[in-house]
Ligand binder design. Sequence first.
Ligand SMILES: Cc1cc2nc3c(=O)[nH]c(=O)nc-3n(C[C@H](O)[C@H](O)[C@H](O)COP(=O)(O)OP(=O)(O)OC[C@H]3O[C@@H](n4cnc5c(N)ncnc54)[C@H](O)[C@@H]3O)c2cc1C
Ligand code: FES
Length: 347
Amino acid sequence: MSDPTTRSDPTTFRIDTGTTSVTCGSGQRVLDALLRQGVWIPNSCNQGTCGTCKVRVTGGMVDAPPAPDTVLSDSERDQGYVLSCQSTPTTDIVVEPPADESGAHHHALRDLAGTVSSLTTVADDTVSVTVSLDDPFEFTAGQYVELSIPGTDQTRPYSMANPPSESGTLEFHIRRQPDGLATDGWIFDSLTVGSSVSMTGPWGDFCHREDEPGVGLILLAGGTGLAPLKSIARAALEADPEREIHVYHGVRTETELYDVDFWRALATEHPNVRYTPCLSRQQWCGRAGYVGDAMMADFGSCRNHAAYLCGPPAMVEAGVRALKRRRMPPRRIRREKYTPATSLLTL
Ligand SMILES: Cc1cc2nc3c(=O)[nH]c(=O)nc-3n(C[C@H](O)[C@H](O)[C@H](O)COP(=O)(O)OP(=O)(O)OC[C@H]3O[C@@H](n4cnc5c(N)ncnc54)[C@H](O)[C@@H]3O)c2cc1C
Ligand code: FES
C-alpha cells in the first residue's frame, strides 16, 4: 500500500461535497483529504473492511481497488458509491457524504509524533505502551491512531486507552500477532523506551457519546479491545463520577487478563462501577464463559442502557446479539471490530 500523503506528482484535485470544497493531492485518499481539512465523514477501519466510509461520487472519476461484496454491493457500485478510505481522485470530483449519526466531535485528522515513555508487559503477549506527544492532541474517547511501521509504507490502527483530558500522552494496549508486521516485527521486537513514533489521527467514529447523561453504560471487551473502553469509562466518570458503568472483559485464560488492579480500584472508588473479568477457556474463582453470556445472566433487560463493544469481530457480533436479546435499542449499540489489516487478501 502506498503512502497516500506522499505526493511525488504536484497535481491536486478538488473534492466538492455540495457544501464545501477541499483539495486532494495526487495519490491521497478521499477520506484522508476530507478529514484533514475538517470535513467529517463517518469512518471506522480505514482499511476497506467495514464499509462505514462509503460516499456517492456524482461527478468525476476515482481509482479504487476492488472491494468485497459484503462491504460494497453491486447495487451500491452501480449507484456510484465508493469506499472513501480506499479511493483516490483522478479528476476533480463531486461527492455526497452520508448522514452522520455518531454524535462524535469532529477533530481534524493530523500527523503526530512522540516518544515512547513506558513499555510494560502486562499479560501474555500483551504490552501497555505510553507515548509522550510532541504536541497536545484532541480526540474523543474511543478513537484510534494509525502507527507508522518504521522502514515500511504500512500503518496499523491502535486505540487510545487514556481519556482525552490527558492530551500530552497516549496509552496503548497491544497484543502480539504471530508473524505480524507491526507487532512481532516491530513493537515486540525493537520498540523500546525512547523510540520515536509517527502516527496519524484521530480516526474512527467509535466515540463516547456525551449527549446521553445518566444512561447506564455496558462495556463489552475482548482482549485488547479493553483499550478504548478504558478511555470511554474514564471520560464518562470525569463527566459524572456517579455514572453507572458495567465493564465485562473477556480473555481465554487468567494469564491474558490485564489492568485488573486498575479496574478493581476504580470499582472501589466508584460503587457505581462494576468490573467483571470472564475467562472462556479456564475454570477459576471468577466468571467463566463469554462476555455476552455473562452480561445476559446479569441483566433481564438492557432497554435503558447504552453499550460499547470492542475486540475481535466474532466477539463483537456475539455481544451485539446478546444485547439485542436483552432488548437494547440498536441505535444505542456502538461497536469497533479489530479486523486484521490483511483480511482483504483472503477475499
Ligand atoms: C480500528 C482498529 C483498532 C485497533 N486497535 C487495536 C488495539 O488497540 N490493540 C491491538 O492489540 N490491536 C488493535 N487492532 C488490531 C491491529 O491494528 C493489528 O491488526 C494487529 O496488531 C496485527 O497487526 P500486525 O501488523 O502485527 O499483523 P499483520 O501483519 O497485519 O497480520 C499477520 C497475520 O496475522 C493475521 N492476523 C492479524 N491480526 C489478527 C487477529 N486479530 N486475529 C487473527 N488473525 C490475525 C493476518 O491476517 C495475517 O495473516 C485494531 C484494529 C482496528 C481495525
Ligand atoms: S471501509 Fe473505509 S472506513 Fe472501513
